[in-house]
Design a protein around this ligand. Structure first.
Ligand code: NAP
Length: 515
């Protein structure tokens, strides 16, 4: 039997009482470790985090908590090599892909350590200016933001076991709120190891950071009115969480990051020999192949003017044909595996569904694997689909295949393109490509209401832009509608979720003491 990973809850390491669920290497098929949360005293664990962890964190100022984040960064940096090994084994990812998760998480923590330091030696934040309530300026209203006195429960998706933890934990801990993370089972090992290293280094107060690996059963039942829950995963699980009594009846604040049919649009006016066209092609290929397309922000729909459809298909296909797929340990390989057999099957199923509505422009499904057994490895080459009538292709606007799959769609004019983009019913990110600054700006604002982020790539930022799919801590992450309606990151805005806002109505003399 492989090692059974421990949970850290109630200030101690605790093994589940069951035999556990196995985690596998998706390339070699080997069993790696097991996780189990059976029989844990969740009520005591949540109470410990809420009472001990919360009180200890709230006793510190923002600046002191920033210093804690900086200490966590040091611990994680010291153990990076082990994290890369776990990611290769358990996620089947290339080194560059693991970096998005591992170094992306550490970078986000470091960014919040710096941002938090600017908040100074305070225990709460002022929200705006005091406002007069009547004619006499003596009695006013001042809004304050104070840390919520509960726990932050994170239920995370399998594709970002590191970044998914730290992009949420950084603002939570900075705000003074203790964290309990439940990673997705398939890739829980990396999250568990990182929490293990931080706990063993003793850099955070007891109860500030806990991890439960294994089943989610019973976790939501523990939630009390001042707790918050941040979920990342599928729309189906999100619906289950939203209807849980903790959320529906106890007003537990919830943030949902769900699936998203993200787009890339080449605006009219740039021909195939232009830099803008080339940038779209490169970015579409990068998004299809980084982490084998298992990014919630990955480009799923690529829109081009109808006259350029053939040339775009050819250019994207030519680049995809150079992508070697297989064992990430082999230097000849450019794209690794999907995360599990279940995901491999889900991608095959989703692709089969889309193929009923689209033609195949580049078929990666028959591609030979490098250094990997196709009967065992959960690897699949990238596939570009295409449709002639984008209006009629309902399934393409509605189906997220969580793998290396995208669809090319033609449009008539900008109005038509933007209307098609909006068919996704709200998404995390759209990228726009072109060289006309005014047209790019107008399109970006037009799409802003239905997208958490609009990433505009013009030739002048070709070498500078941060990538369609990369989530930067300075910018908002989340999207309305189908994308879950959540908001994360966005610099210090992220702290709002972990604070309660209250209006203090008092004399100016009293309010002066708050500043
Ligand atoms: P999932 O099946 O919904 O699982 C997500 C998490 O929820 C896992 O930790 C899972 O635990 C847990 N869970 C499952 N059933 C639950 C229940 N009844 N109550 C509470 N928790 C429950 O999603 P996934 O397959 O891991 O992730 C893929 C999806 O996530 C994709 O659709 C992708 O677009 C989306 N995603 C979105 C973002 C974003 O930021 N918007 C980021 C990454 C991924 P177990 O693993 O133990 O089942």
């Amino acid at each position: 039997m492989t090692e059974l990973l421990s949970n850290y809850l109630g200030g101690k390491w605790q093994a589940g009482s069951g035999t556990g669920t196995a985690l596998f290497d998706p390339v070699l098929g080997d069993e790696l470790v097991r996780v189990d949360a059976t029989g844990l005293d969740l009520a005591a664990g949540f109470a410990f985090a809420r009472e001990q962890g919360g009180a200890a964190l709230r006793a510190l100022t923002y600046r002191q908590r920033s210093a804690l984040l900086a200490e966590v960064v040091k611990v994680l940096q010291a153990n990076r090599d082990a994290y890369y090994e776990i990611a290769t084994a358990n996620s089947g990812t290339m080194k560059n892909d693991s970096a998005v998760d591992i170094d992306g998480g550490i970078f986000t923590l470091g960014t919040y350590a710096k941002l938090g330091d600017t908040l100074g030696d305070r225990h709460y934040l002022l929200d705006g200016e005091a406002a007069r309530l009547g004619k006499d300026p003596l009695f006013q209203s001042q809004h304050v933001l104070v840390p919520t006195r509960g726990v932050a429960l994170f239920i995370n998706a399998f594709n970002f076991p590191s970044w998914g933890l730290w992009e949420k934990a950084a603002p939570a801990l900075l705000a003074g709120v203790p964290v309990i993370v439940k990673p997705a089972t398939a890739t829980a090992w990396l999250t568990q190891r990182m929490v293990h290293d931080v706990v063993e280094a003793g850099v955070l107060p007891a109860g500030a950071l806990s991890v439960v690996c294994g089943s989610s059963a019973g976790l939501l039942d523990q939630l009390q009115p001042f707790d918050v829950v941040s979920f990342t995963g599928s729309a189906d699980t999100a619906a289950v969480i939203r209807s849980h009594p903790a959320i529906a009846q106890r007003s537990v604040r919830v943030n949902i990051e769900a699936d998203s049919i993200n787009s890339a649009v080449l605006l009219p006016g740039d021909s195939p020999d232009t830099a803008a066209f080339d940038l779209l092609v490169k970015e579409a290929v990068r998004e299809m192949t980084v982490k084998s397309g298992q990014k919630c922000t990955a480009i799923r729909r690529v829109f081009v003017p109808e006259a350029l459809f053939g040339q775009a298909a050819e250019a994207i296909g030519a680049r995809l044909s150079k992508v070697t797929v297989g064992n990430p340990r082999n230097e000849a390989v450019r794209m690794g595996a999907l995360v599990s057999r279940a995901q491999f099957n889900a991608v095959q199923e989703g692709l089969a569904n889309l193929r009923k509505h689209a033609q195949v422009l580049h078929d990666g499904t028959q591609q030979p694997l490098v250094d990997a057994d196709p009967a065992v490895a959960c690897c699949i080459g990238p596939t570009l689909l295409g449709v002639n009538d984008a209006d009629a292709a309902g399934a393409v606007h509605d189906t997220e295949v969580f793998g290396p799959v995208a669809t090319l769609l033609p449009y008539r004019d900008t109005v038509h393109a933007l209307a098609l983009v909006r068919r996704c019913q709200g998404s995390l990110v759209t990228s726009l490509y072109g060289s006309n600054a005014a047209a790019l700006g107008a399109a970006a604002v037009e799409l802003a209401d239905s997208h958490g982020r609009v990433h505009v790539i013009s030739p002048d930022v070709a070498q500078l832009h941060t990538g369609h799919g990369n989530v930067m801590p300075q910018s908002l992450h989340g999207g309305p509608g189908r994308a879950g309606g959540g908001e994360e990151l966005g610099g210090l805005r992220a702290l709002n979720f972990y604070h309660r806002r209250s209006a203090i109505q008092a004399s100016t003399a009293v309010l002066d003491t708050l500043a």
